[in-house]
Design a protein around this ligand. Sequence first.
Ligand code: HPA
Length: 267
Amino acid sequence: MSNEKQLVADIAQQLQTLAGVAPSVFAVLGSGWKEQAESLISVEQRINLADINHWLMPAVAGHGAELVVGQLIDSDKRVAFITGRVHAYEGYSGAELVRGVRAMIEWGANNVLLLNAAGSLSEDMPPGTLMPLTDHINYSLPNPLAGGDFVDLVDMYHPEWRAALLEKCPELTAGIYAACIGPSYETPAEVAMLQKMGANAVGMSTIPEAIAAHAMGARVMAISMMTNLAAGIGGSRPNHQEVLDTARNHAQKATHTLQLALNLALN
Ligand code: HPA
């Protein structure tokens, strides 16, 4: 077993010991998604991720770091929230970025909901718009499968799960997410390029987690919250505080969408 595989197995074992039966669905909550998420569950377990050996802790301000497990209210679903993720711009490899997601799936959670904040590539999707991902363009994030097998990514963002959500929430705008490594925001020239490539939003996360989860056979849904117009659009100059503030201002809508998405995950 590779060292990384051993670490994933070790974390999965710790999760089993600390929290028992795996949830059927877990969500990785980025900015805007985590503020009110706990109102959706009756909390059974709260684990500081710093207490799990080998779990990599996010360093960025505004990213918490807990695993919260509980029962989704008015549902028979056991769910978990992860309230912070590590990013490639912190210097992590592809495999390191997805260690926690892999461990959750190995523990037994087979539905993965990835939430993030993103810059909008169109004035038609203003800040506050929620965008379920139909596909992605990996512009510069490391691939977590390096050293491993070839995997096809067609329909990686589970079409039926997404369609069920869009049916309940017609105000959502599905689209394509592009990722740049950061932590600098994109240049206006890069933004223009991403628009021409057919992307609708740009962020710095999610893609490695989605690839790793799909390769393990888990169902994946991802949703971006537009927190700003991407650099140069309408004179935009993104900054981190604005991203966090806008995300918080739209937390209620995000939480409602999160609830529906969790509920619609297949058992
Ligand atoms: N670019 C990249 N990532 C982001 C942005 C952006 O404009 N906004 C929030 N995350």
